[in-house]
Design a binder for this molecule. Structure first.
Ligand code: ADP
Ligand code: ADP
Ligand code: ZN
Length: 215
């Protein structure tokens, strides 16, 4: 099963993808994570992407599609993948069609996490993650079971993303509205879209997505 998780920054895509990785052995393909890894490693892609990401704007379609294409050539994606943060523009949606056709793959669902914009700044400003394993948390909505200790790996070091600040979030939301939301009709016309209430508690969203995938 191959799916896209679609929704604005802070909608819960990464959180839900992690459950699908744990529960179903699917592979999470987060272009944001891939770009952050490139920035951290100082690769040519990372050098080009760094300032754009810090400003909350979108990295070029060519760069992002390039890294996704390479990732889709790795064998593990045959277990089923979750696209998290891609496609983000109509051009990326078209590029994805071509990539999937070329690689003999298809999409089963586009799961849209519907959320109120007012909630997103709050979600993103409270977001943090484990510095060692990347597990995601929130200051109020998803704290580690033992304060200061990662549930997954036991690390006591956490980090916050430099682009998770109120001003940058506004730009990221504007980018979503202008460039990403317009790809929805394309997938609706294909009958792939399933909309989930992303304002519900994390466990409820998880259950709703499971019901779709098991239907
Ligand atoms: P995205 O990958 O879509 O940008 P995340 O999964 O990183 O979003 O979620 C953003 C923040 O909101 C995280 O801190 C996460 O713990 C929290 N979060 C995710 N889903 C929910 C939810 N349904 N209710 C409350 N908080 C949530
Ligand atoms: P979020 O879901 O919280 O917005 P991501 O981790 O998906 O965050 O993306 C972080 C940043 O990485 C984006 O603001 C953008 O600069 C860049 N990025 C990630 N995926 C893409 C993509 N598919 N196209 C263009 N830019 C991307
Ligand atoms: Zn951890």
């Amino acid at each position: 099963m191959n799916i896209i998780l679609l929704g604005p920054p802070g909608a819960g895509k990464g959180t839900q993808a992690a459950y699908l990785v744990d529960g179903r052995g699917m592979v999470q393909l987060s272009t944001g994570d891939m770009l952050r890894a490139a920035v951290a490693a100082g690769t040519p892609v990372g050098l080009q992407a760094k300032a754009i990401m810090a400003a909350g704007e979108l990295v070029s379609d060519a760069i992002v599609t390039g890294i996704l294409s390479e990732r889709l050539d790795q064998d593990d994606v045959r277990r089923g993948f979750i696209l998290d943060g891609y496609p983000r523009t109509p051009a990326q949606a078209a590029a994805l069609e071509a990539l999937l056709a070329e690689k003999g793959m298809h999409l089963d669902y586009v799961i849209v996490l519907a959320v109120d914009e007012e909630a997103l700044v709050d979600r993103i400003s409270g977001r943090f993650s484990c510095a060692k394993c990347g597990a995601g948390y929130h200051d109020r909505y998803k704290l580690p079971v033992r304060a200061g200790v990662c549930d997954v790996c036991g690390s006591t070091e956490f980090k916050r993303r430099p682009d998770d600040n109120a001003e940058t979030v506004r730009t990221r939301l504007a980018e979503y509205r202008a460039k990403t939301a317009p790809i929805l009709p394309f997938y609706e016309a294909k009958g792939l879209v399933r909309t989930v209430d992303g304002m519900a508690p994390i466990e409820d969203v998880k259950r709703e997505i499971a019901a779709i995938l098991d239907s």
